[in-house]
Write a protein that binds this ligand. Structure first.
Ligand code: HEM
Length: 136
């Protein structure tokens, strides 16, 4: 019980800080004033944080498999919420990575739209997380 709780808690620490970074990083790059001169630094943090969300999300599943021999039996609402989170995480990771790879050629407006997109994906994932939690 002790090691199981510790494994879930440590995974949740990474998952919670990742969630804070994907939303906070994108919002802070745009608001209250745009800081697009530091956009690449924000994008690096955000890309890493989306990667951490994917890795810690998988680790949740692996922890359940290790301790219970199966993943939790999810309701259809929880399953839809999980699918939304996975889609948001993959899209967020790819968007931040494309900006890092090709963003130097993008217009100011395109960069601003990308960060708005990243913030929206983070807000969608956080909303889905609440449904995953309470409809599991
Ligand atoms: C591959 C993507 C992801 C997977 C597989 C995943 C999976 C999970 C799992 C299994 C839990 C535990 C659910 C429970 O306590 O019943 C969880 C919790 C959580 N996830 Fe994710 N997640 C992913 C992405 C994200 C993203 C992108 C965010 C936010 C930006 C996020 C935010 C949260 C939060 C806040 C919780 C805690 C909910 C609570 O206990 O109240 N997750 N996630």
């Amino acid at each position: 019980m002790g090691s199981e709780n510790l494994a879930y808690a440590l995974t949740q620490v990474v998952h919670n800080f990742g969630a804070a970074c994907v939303l906070g990083g994108a919002v802070f790059a745009l608001w209250p004033v745009p800081r697009l001169e530091s956009a690449r630094a924000f994008a690096r943090l955000i890309c890493l944080a989306w990667g951490a969300q994917i890795a810690s999300g998988i680790l949740f599943g692996l922890t359940s498999l290790y301790f219970y021999g199966e993943t939790p039996d999810l309701s259809s609402v929880a399953l839809a919420a999980l699918a939304i989170k996975v889609t948001a995480a993959i899209s967020g990771f790819l968007l931040a990575a494309s900006y890092l790879i090709r963003g130097r050629e993008w217009s100011h407006l395109a960069v601003q739209h990308s960060f708005r997109g990243l913030a929206a994906l983070a807000a969608i994932a956080l909303t889905a997380a609440a449904f995953l939690r309470w409809y599991s």
